[in-house]
Design a protein around this ligand. Sequence first.
Ligand code: TYD
Length: 408
Amino acid sequence: MTTPTCRICETPLHTFLDLGHHPLSSAFVAPGDAVDGARDAFRYRLAVGHCARCALVQLTDDIPHERRPYQGYPYHSSGSAVMREHFRATGTQLLRTEMRGKRDAFAVEIGCTDGVVLRTLADAGVRTLAFEPSGYSGHGGVRVHRTFLTAGSARDVVAVEGRARVVYAANTVCDIADLPGFFAGLDELLAADGVFVFEDPYFGEILGRTAFDQFYDEHRYYFTATSVRALAERFGFRLVGIERLPVHGGQLRYTLARPGRRTPAPAVAELLAEEEARGLTVPAALAAFADRVDRVRRDLVALLQGLRAAGRTVAGYAATAKSCTVTTYCGLGPHLVPYVCDSTPAKQGRLTPGARIPVRPPGAFAAPYPDYALLFAWNHAAEIMAAERAFRAVGGRWILYVPEVHVV
Ligand code: TYD
């Protein structure tokens, strides 16, 4: 087998975690589908490596593009009131900062999530456009340019709209296959004094919380301040801002600008120093992380087997993309988790990828309540537990596996 290499600089990767072969996290199956040829039959190796040269943590194996037909399918809406508020606040913050006094400016989002950020800007009179290949425009009715951002597509847009003062992306850059092409597009699109603001899961949090379920096919890169600084400089930009976000179990928001245009905020040097002091990606830290991941698997399987032996009922809660990593890596199926409740209509009535756990609507959760609920959307724990407080009131218990297996 050839050694996997870095997608950016082609240095051989240090593979520190191998979770085995997994189906695509969006490959939900209709119950009548044949096993062979079903959407979830394809497997890829889910392993994670670190590039010592550009510091980038990334999946080691590429998934052929034709195998990813569901990319951009509107599963991405989180169905979370907390996330909608997060995006509304993001739009408001951009209006207060980058757009201040510049309401005639042009703002672009790459991938458009629920459309809330652009809607918030558009409501204040800002001209907006999303680059979204699926054409999905969220719930905000925002204008969509149905393509990836490349130098060519950026030129087409700039010819009509002019250059953008702000380009924003949430949970998108971590899945861009062609980063050189993307940054070439950004270079065409961004005004001289413009900024590119993006947010993605932070590898420092993944490591700190042993949140191995953040590893799946739609996340190719797991950024740190150190790797984003290197990436920005490689493609002609500078990292000038960093903000910690509480959403999705700990994300970072990065601000990039053109060289010499902005003085980097103190938070940038602070986090770079913290990552250095913490030895975030030194081999010993990565090996210890892999050991903790294995421990979570053993503990979770033992807990679920024990509950089954004791005659306790268990249900899953939220058929997230993350849950595909957990069920596949831990070998969970309907024998240990007979069904999972999820608010996404397109997932209900289907089976989860690989594990083939039936997905039921949230209303099925109380009919009757299980004794235990395995929370696959631990990143929305506060919101879900508040909405489902009646479950605990009748003696139900939540099982969480981040940062370690525990019952609340
Ligand atoms: P998210 O963490 O965004 O998932 P992913 O790992 O797929 O990125 O959570 C979204 C999923 O969780 C989606 O399938 C809907 C489900 N969900 C519920 O079922 N109920 C809820 O209250 C919330 C917030 C999410």
